[in-house]
Design a protein around this ligand. Structure first.
Ligand code: NAD
Length: 354
């Protein structure tokens, strides 16, 4: 598909290509929608198979960020930077500073953050050249690692799910299967264990499993078996695209709610969950704590405020669940509608000359 057709297809505003010969930088910034505010989104570094794959990744991730920001009630649009290269071999101070200068040239239309293949140190180099970057360490007055706040938001989301499915948001005694025990998953386990939940966990990394079993009494299952465990909640905290026609058939839970991005392999998988009576907490709503946390840096970071706003994920989900039930539609569609309506309404308000 020609590039302008791609932009038109999913309503993107802008795509920018950057090349810098000294550092070897090849980067793309996609800006999806800036109705609510400047586009915010991660910098992803990967060995893409080709330019088309890099462009498609930037377009799709920037669009997801628009929906995430709109759903979370923060005043940002959606953007994404991708850097073509091997994060283990091709990083350098010069590369990040070159990207920082390009981002600065966008004049604040795009605000960068950490993502797959990039680190706080990389953001620090970008920050040397531009103020349009978030994810400053706590020691320097920034928001630091977003995972604890993200995990807190996931648990608030779980409360909303339990309220709808079980009639109570008390998490004591509920059986949760957590897939992935990394930064977010291990913290979700910490909180749920303290709340008296029964936990079954899985990770492909034995060390990650060991860190959790040394702290909590949990059942461990093989990563391939997570979909087959009878439980109340399946909590994906590892990979994306794990909810598909095949895994929906296997699930033996009443709730799917977790931190992973892009959990649905396709939109149809949301419909399949809906038909099977499984309540799905749309991923970009329940995992928005990390975005809410970094976005707070723009107001002078305040942890209490970030946690308070993240706590409101529970109310947002309850609204989405009520809307979905009233209309008989899957929750992922109801979430998209909520995000689109906010963009539409605020967009109209902002037409007034101020
Ligand atoms: P992480 O890399 O720290 O942890 C992921 C864990 O999943 C690792 O321990 C890994 O070994 C494990 N894993 C990978 N494949 C697996 C499999 N097939 N079965 C079981 N375990 C497997 O990542 P994270 O920061 O904890 O993020 C987890 C998910 O949440 C990702 O999808 C991420 O995009 C999403 N997310 C994270 C944040 C955040 O603040 N870190 C915010 C929003 C969304």
């Amino acid at each position: 598909m020609p590039l302008f057709e791609k932009l038109k297809d999913r309503q993107h505003e802008q795509i920018v290509f950057f090349r810098e010969p000294v550092s070897g930088l090849r980067a793309i910034v996609a800006i999806h929608d800036t109705t609510l505010g400047p586009a915010i989104g991660g910098v992803r570094m990967r060995r893409y198979s080709g330019e088309d794959e890099a462009v498609d990744d930037a377009l799709s991730l920037s669009r997801s960020m628009t929906y995430k920001a709109a759903g979370a009630g923060v005043n940002f649009g959606g953007g994404q930077a991708v850097v073509i290269g091997d994060p283990r071999a091709d990083k350098s101070e010069a590369l990040w500073r070159a990207l920082g200068r390009f981002i600065d040239g966008l004049g604040g239309r795009y605000i960068a953050g950490e993502d797959v293949g990039t680190s706080v140190e990389d953001m620090d180099h970008i920050r040397t050249e531009t103020k349009y970057v978030v994810g400053i360490p706590r020691s320097e007055g920034g928001s630091g690692d977003p995972s604890p706040v993200c995990a807190y938001g996931v648990v608030r989301g779980l409360e909303a799910c339990c309220k709808v499915v079980r009639g109570s948001d008390d998490l004591e005694g509920i059986h949760v299967v957590v897939q992935g025990l990394g930064n977010v998953g291990s913290r979700v386990v910490d909180i749920l264990a303290a709340r008296g939940a029964r936990l079954t966990v899985a990770d492909i990394d034995d060390e990650a499993v060991g860190r959790v079993t040394s702290r909590h009494r949990v059942e461990v299952v093989d990563p391939d078996e997570v979909f087959d465990v009878p439980c109340d909640v399946f909590c994906p905290c590892a990979l994306g695209e794990i909810i598909s026609a095949e895994t929906v058939e296997r699930l033996k839970c009443t709730i799917v709610a977790g931190a992973a991005n892009n959990q649905l392999a396709d939109e149809e998988s949301g419909t399949l969950l809906h038909r099977r009576g499984v309540l799905y907490a749309p991923d970009y709503i329940i995992n928005a704590g990390a975005l809410i946390n970094v976005a707070d840096e723009f107001h002078g970071y305040d942890r209490e405020r970030a946690l308070r706003k993240t706590g409101a994920i529970k109310q947002v989900l309850l609204r989405i669940f009520a809307g979905a039930a009233a209309e008989g539609i899957p929750t992922n569609k109801a979430a998209d509608r909520l995000a689109e309506e906010r963009i539409e309404r605020i967009g109209r308000v902002r037409r007034t000359y101020a």
